[in-house]
Design a protein around this ligand. Structure first.
Ligand code: FAD
Length: 265
């Protein structure tokens, strides 16, 4: 197809269009050009958030309501095409990446959006622990990570990625010598958020210079000092992370207020 026009973007933002490419242009303009929202604008933004939340809710309700052992994919497609449309919600049939666009079509895109989604989910769970109320997952700070791990292992098309991720997940359990240590590693939703950040940086480190690296987006230890100067410290001449600051930064970066609807249409 025709080459896509490059979309300028701000790397300090997360793009809804990378997670769900069916959102309204109006919201993009309104939100991108305002430091804060009020009145009608705020209501518009709230409606937008409601749609996204309901979208997932609809899917979940439908899945839970099925007394089946096996669900044909056609049924899932039918839901996406029809039921969601009936309730006024759409999933775009067009894939477009903004924060996740690559300098070639085979670079970035989906795997980038998957990382973005999972970071967003761990941060949302840490910011709103009650979001998982009545799901049976609310007691477990590892719920989002375990859900992600199972999804990656079962469905992610990059099987090599799935294997690597599983190794890291296992490794961080086998490194600890006692149950106490295991629990103290990821004992809170905050720790779960930091765990995923740490693992993502390990992946970045391993993939630096690899064929899958987009030369326009070299793999770095993230967040870079320009995004979060306070996250970086020097002790005895060595670089160390200030994890408290990193956690605070993750909550801002992947928090709802930093999710820009820019480029959605
Ligand atoms: P990505 O690494 O996809 O990151 C997306 C965005 O997240 C970045 O642009 C940045 O804004 C932000 N970010 C970066 N680092 C962090 C961090 N530490 N914490 C929070 N946010 C961050 N590819 C392989 O070739 N081999 C593999 O084994 C492999 N394993 C993978 C495992 C998983 C679970 C996933 C989701 C992907 C894996 N990939 C693997 C793909 C690879 O990690 C990248 O997603 C892909 O190369 C695209 O890179 P990217 O430049 O878009 O940045």
């Amino acid at each position: 197809g025709a080459a896509e026009v490059w979309k300028e973007f701000d790397k300090s933002k997360v793009y809804m269009v990378d997670l769900e490419s069916g959102l309204h242009y109006l919201l993009r303009v309104e939100l991108a050009s305002h430091q804060s929202l009020e009145g009608e604008e705020l209501k518009t933004f709230k409606d937008f958030v409601t749609v996204v939340a309901k979208l997932l809710e609809t899917l979940l309700e439908w899945l839970v309501s099925l007394p089946l052992e096996r669900i044909p994919y056609d049924a899932i497609l039918d839901l996406v095409n029809n039921k969601m449309r009936i309730s006024g919600m759409y999933l775009s049939d067009r894939l477009q990446w903004v924060g996740c666009q690559g300098s070639r079509p085979e670079l970035r895109g989906y795997p980038c959006s998957l990382w973005t989604l999972f970071h967003t989910l761990t941060v949302q769970a840490a910011l709103r622990p009650d979001a998982l109320a009545n799901t049976g997952l609310e007691e477990d700070p590892l719920a989002v990570l375990q859900t992600m791990r199972r999804y990656i292992g079962t469905f992610f098309g990059c099987q090599e990625c799935g294997r690597h991720f599983e190794e890291m997940a296992k490794e961080s359990l086998s490194q600890v010598r006692s149950l106490d240590q295991a629990l103290s590693q990821v004992r809170s939703l905050d720790q779960a958020t930091l765990w995923l950040w740490r693992k993502h940086n390990q992946v970045n480190n391993r993939l630096a210079g690899a064929l899958s690296e987009d030369p326009r987006f070299p793999k770095t230890q993230w967040p870079t000092p320009d995004l979060c100067p306070a996250c970086h410290e020097e002790r005895d001449g060595l670089h160390v992370w200030n994890e408290e600051r990193v956690l605070a930064f993750l909550k801002l970066h992947y928090g709802a207020a930093n999710i820009s609807p820019k480029y959605a249409s």
